[in-house]
Design a protein around this ligand. Structure first.
Ligand code: NAD
Length: 390
């Protein structure tokens, strides 16, 4: 069967199984060869890890890092679709299958649960699985990006939106497939849309997970839990940090302190890690990102500090979460910062210069968008070297 990418509105609707397997194999390879070298504190390594949102992007990279750099047993939760007679499965379906197979070959315990992480039923399934395996988690990664959430208490569905707050946004966005600059204009969110986005992408569900795991005795002493967030540069503020998603991320970041309090009986700690911008299924739908990430990638590659999900998470574990001195460095708001290469002043200056030149059609503004296009297609298993797509 020949599978070609089907793309609508910056979303790839299908996936290539063989390419997805190669995505996982590549990340395992990087972790085993480069990631492991930077480990300085193997004794404090995570042993039993739960990854909520394990199938793509940062969650997949976290599960691979925990398993293949530190030898952890992992339980992963994600919401992915299996293939049918007429349709391929979602990329995450194949990523999970490839991860499970690789973990088995490496004699690592791995258990993958498919279902809605926002539901109490899936939380109960994770707790039952942990009990059956007689394990307590010492690390819980929360890496969900979702357009909707059903509140398990009321049954009401909330939808998140990507909109500015206060004033409309007008600007340019890059269509990564055609390479054309297109004008965009997005009206400001109303109060209901802001509240609904916080309900989906804020910290409520993260806290619910940790409370239920804690009460069930499924968390080990000194357990860490980490959720992922993004700040980015001023150029993306109107649509991201100062917009609806940014409001949800502020809620997530504030919830960390309350979650630490929930876990005080086991001296657990909750952190938010501010990660760098990368091309994933979640970020591809944010209008300002394709142009910004294309320019940023070129600048970081020129400086030798470019990282994809796996390099970033390898570094998060070795240089922030599990250091030889046992300390977890944070900023003044108690957030872990692993976005330091991205936000370096000279990197941002050059990125902005490239973006402006590109929008104005200047020759020196020739951003190479093939990297972005590749990352976008590769996240669904396409455009990967060594796969015979014919
Ligand atoms: P992604 O789209 O690649 O992965 C999202 C994951 O969430 C998938 O595993 C998916 O199955 C899972 N998921 C979604 N809804 C679910 C549900 N109801 N139940 C179970 N699983 C569900 O996204 P990503 O870009 O890796 O984002 C993960 C986190 O990292 C998000 O919180 C995001 O804000 C944050 N982050 C992303 C970037 C970036 O540039 N992509 C930067 C910094 C932080």
């Amino acid at each position: 069967m020949i599978i070609e990418p089907k793309i609508r509105n910056a979303v790839c609707l299908n996936a290539h199984p063989e390419g997805c397997k190669k995505n996982v194999d590549r990340q395992i390879h990087i972790t085993e060869h480069d990631g492991k070298k930077s480990i300085t504190a193997p004794i404090d390594a995570p042993k039993q890890v739960l990854v909520i949102g394990c199938s793509n992007g940062y969650g997949l990279a976290s599960r691979i890092t925990a398993a293949f750099a530190y030898g952890s047993d992992t339980i992963g939760v994600s919401y992915e679709k299996a293939p049918t007679e007429r349709k391929t499965g979602t990329p995450g379906w194949y990523h999970n299958a490839a991860f499970d197979a690789a973990a088995k070959t490496a004699a690592l315990s791995a258990h993958t649960i498919h279902g809605d992480a926002f539901s109490d039923a899936i939380k109960a399934e994770v707790i039952d699985t942990a009990r059956a395996k007689d394990i307590q988690f010492d690390l819980v990664i929360y890496s969900i990006a979702s357009p909707a959430r059903i509140d398990p208490e009321t049954g009401v569905m909330y939808k998140s939106v990507i909109k500015p707050i206060g004033t409309a946004f007008s600007g340019e966005t890059l269509d990564p497939l055609s390479g054309k600059i297109l004008p965009i204009s997005i009206p400001p969110a109303d109060e209901q849309e802001i509240a609904d986005t916080v309900k989906v992408m804020g910290g409520e569900d993260w806290h619910r997970w940790i409370s239920q795991l804690y009460e069930a005795g499924a968390l080990a002493k000194n357990c860490l839990t980490v959720a992922y967030s993004y700040i980015g540069p001023a150029v993306t503020y109107p649509l991201y940090r100062d917009g609806t998603i940014g409001r949800a991320k502020e809620h997530l970041e504030q919830e960390a302190a309350a979650i630490t309090t929930t876990m005080q009986g086991i001296s657990g700690r909750a952190f938010v890690s501010i990660n760098k911008g990368v091309v994933t299924r979640a970020s591809a739908v944010i209008p300002a990102f394709p142009l910004y990430l294309s320019a940023l990638t070129r600048v970081l590659k020129d400086r030798g500090t470019h990282e994809g999900c796996i390099e970033q998470i390898n570094r998060l574990f070795s240089s922030r979460l599990y250091r030889a001195d046992g300390k977890i460095p944070t900023d003044e708001k108690n957030r872990i910062r692993i976005d330091n290469y991205e936000l370096a002043a000279d990197v941002q200056q050059e990125t902005e210069r490239l973006m402006t030149a590109f929008i104005q059609g200047q020759p020196e503004g020739q951003i190479d968008i093939s990297d972005y296009r590749h990352e976008f297609l590769a996240s669904c298993g396409f455009d990967i070297a060594g796969v015979d797509y014919n």
